[in-house]
Design a protein around this ligand. Structure first.
Ligand code: ADP
Length: 564
């Protein structure tokens, strides 16, 4: 197989080529041509043989010639038909069986048996009898027999005789476990935690998925900004925040957008990334692996290996970087409606196992080598994108700028240039060419069950303002290259968060077009940011900011008096 031969050729380029090989036996290895070409040849052979035989048999039936009287050409055609049938059945049949096997593996994860995989958004598992949670530690650490009374268990936890992390597993009742742990914490610390509610939360829904060792939950208010008129649809955007002014201000931005005819958005890219790091004996050898991964001829093989772990993960590409003999391999893949970190990690692990056979001297240091780059500011996300790359734009009419935003187009354009562009350049900003994108991103993330730590790269945004139509109207856009959102998995399946997703019409998996719900959510995030930028910049241009903050955050409780 060409892929294999290429590895050999690249390996022979330097002294490291002497590294030992353990060729893995695969059906494809026997083929002299790339799999794509071989498939094409056998499909053509199958079609041609079948067509020829059908024509010959029709002629024989018409002329009453016995069917079994076959000439050399027919014998060759029959041979071609059988050979191509065997090839095609074994190739596609095996792939089909593999896909069934891998999707059933995935479903197991989905039921929460595996480490951290979430239940399906459309059909949450019954909560009455929580499954044992391996994440909470081994029940063997606790005494054989648990005391019956809560008071005795609390005393045992306080005395260190029962580890707090086994309570859910041993009691089989998540609410009771949380209550006992909370009482133990209260006694150990001597702090009353009355303000932190215990009741009113489904602790089974977080078991093994969202949070360990629970003792209660934090309440956050959710406000609604909207309608946000985006791509012809009206969205009521849920925002969980404790920052006064934020929802009201975003709401004002939504109003300005709606009164100007709405905003439009475009999703430029949709691909989650994961970049493992591996060390090779030499930089030259690391370059061999890099060349193998980036060779377009190998893409088909790599994607077959990668895609095995999920029905939704589809490899889009691999981009490599090196630091000495360390190789960083940034895999990008689509992940359906999931944000996708679990999904992509499984696919990457498949490829690393596959590579290990051809490069046994490759030492995988970590499944994540920070070139991904997750939850840290990094130029790679800003430049290459991660998750969904979205641009959202609107034209705000002159009269709306005056009436709703209480400022004028020229002041806004100048402010954006001096603050968001020049000011951020002076500050050495990385993806921070905006006024407060992270405010809106984080509030929507918390409300809709996203991973709030991913607000770091999801808030990368450049806000552009221009005057158009002879300086009368305002063109505003936000360009956000790495919005990382999902509508299945993680916190999205919890009751409150999934209600907020439902409000936006993007709850769970999109069965008809996997990935559409998550992409739509990303455009709503960008639309919310557009509204937020518009309103805050206007408040700054009009010198209103401090005034309205004083009203919202300090004095008045009468909300009717503080509309910006
Ligand atoms: P994350 O990595 O974002 O935490 P996971 O990969 O753990 O998400 O969860 C996604 C799970 O949801 C997978 O088990 C996948 O099979 C399942 N799933 C069902 N429908 C979809 C869909 N439309 N898109 C993506 N995943 C889906």
């Amino acid at each position: 197989m060409e892929v294999r031969r290429k590895v050999g050729q690249q390996g022979a380029a330097g002294p490291a080529a002497a590294a030992p090989r353990q060729p893995r036996v695969q059906a494809g290895d026997a083929l002299p041509l790339p799999i794509r070409h071989t498939n094409l040849i056998f499909s053509a052979l199958f079609a041609a043989s079948l067509a020829y035989l059908m024509r010959r048999w029709r002629e024989k039936i018409r002329s009453s010639t016995p069917l079994h009287a076959v000439g050399l050409a027919e014998m060759l055609a029959i041979f071609g038909l059988i050979a191509s049938l065997i090839y095609l059945l074994s190739f596609f049949g095996i792939a089909f069986v593999q896909s069934i096997v891998s999707s059933s593996d995935e479903d197991e994860d989905f039921l929460g048996v595996g480490a951290g995989a979430p239940p399906p958004a459309a059909a949450p598992p019954a909560r009455q009898a929580p499954a044992p949670c391996t994440l909470l530690g081994s029940p063997a650490a606790a005494p054989e027999k648990m005391p019956e009374e809560d008071e005795e268990i609390v005393a045992a936890v306080v005395a260190g005789k029962i580890p707090s992390y086994v309570l859910e597993t041993r009691l089989g009742d998540c609410r009771r476990a949380a209550g006992i742990r909370r009482e133990a914490v209260r006694r150990i610390t001597g702090r009353e935690i009355e303000g932190l509610p215990l009741d009113g939360f489904d602790y089974a829904s977080i078991l093994g998925q969202c949070c360990e060792l629970p003792v209660g939950y934090v309440q956050l208010p959710v406000g609604i900004a909207g309608p946000l008129l985006l791509d012809g649809q009206r969205y009521y955007v849920p925002m969980a925040t404790t920052e006064g002014c934020l929802v009201a201000s975003t709401n004002r931005g939504c109003k300005a957008i709606a009164e100007s005819g709405g905003a439009t958005s475009v999703v430029l890219r949709d691909g989650m990334t994961r970049a493992p790091v591996a060390r090779l004996p030499t930089a030259r050898r690391a370059a061999d692996v890099r060349a193998f991964l980036e060779d377009p001829d190998n893409f088909e093989t790599l994607s077959m290996v990668f895609n095995r772990s999920s029905r939704f993960a589809r490899l889009q590409g691999v981009q490599c970087a090196m630091a000495g003999r360390n190789l960083y391999m940034r895999f990008t893949c689509s992940t359906g409606d999931a944000m996708g970190m679990n999904m992509i990690s499984k696919g990457v692990q498949n490829v690393l196992d596959f590579l290990q056979d051809d490069f046994p001297d490759m030492d995988v240091i970590s499944i994540s080598g920070n070139f991904c780059s997750d939850k840290k500011p990094a130029a790679v996300n800003w430049i290459e994108g991660r998750g969904k790359s979205v641009v959202c734009e609107a034209v705000i009419k002159e009269e709306v700028v005056k009436k709703v935003l209480k400022t004028d187009v020229q002041s806004l354009v100048e402010l954006n240039m001096i603050k968001n562009l020049a000011g951020s350049a002076i500050a050495g900003a990385l993806g921070g060419f905006n006024a407060h994108a992270s405010n809106i991103v984080t509030a929507i993330f918390i409300a809709t069950g996203q991973d709030p730590a991913q607000n770091v790269e999801s808030s990368h945004c450049i806000t552009m303002l221009e005057s158009i139509n002879d300086g009368k109207d305002l063109h505003i856009s936000v360009t956000m290259p790495s919005i990382e959102v999902g509508t299945v998995g993680g916190g999205t399946q919890l009751a409150s968060q999934s209600a907020c997703l439902d409000l936006l019409g993007v709850k769970g998996a999109n069965r008809d077009s996997p990935g559409s719900n998550a992409r739509l959510l990303a455009t709503v995030v960008a639309g919310g940011v557009l509204a937020g930028e518009l309103s805050l910049l206007s408040a700054l241009a009009a010198g209103q900011l401090v005034k309205s903050h004083m009203k919202y955050n300090r004095s008045s409780k009468d909300m009717t008096k503080i509309v910006p």
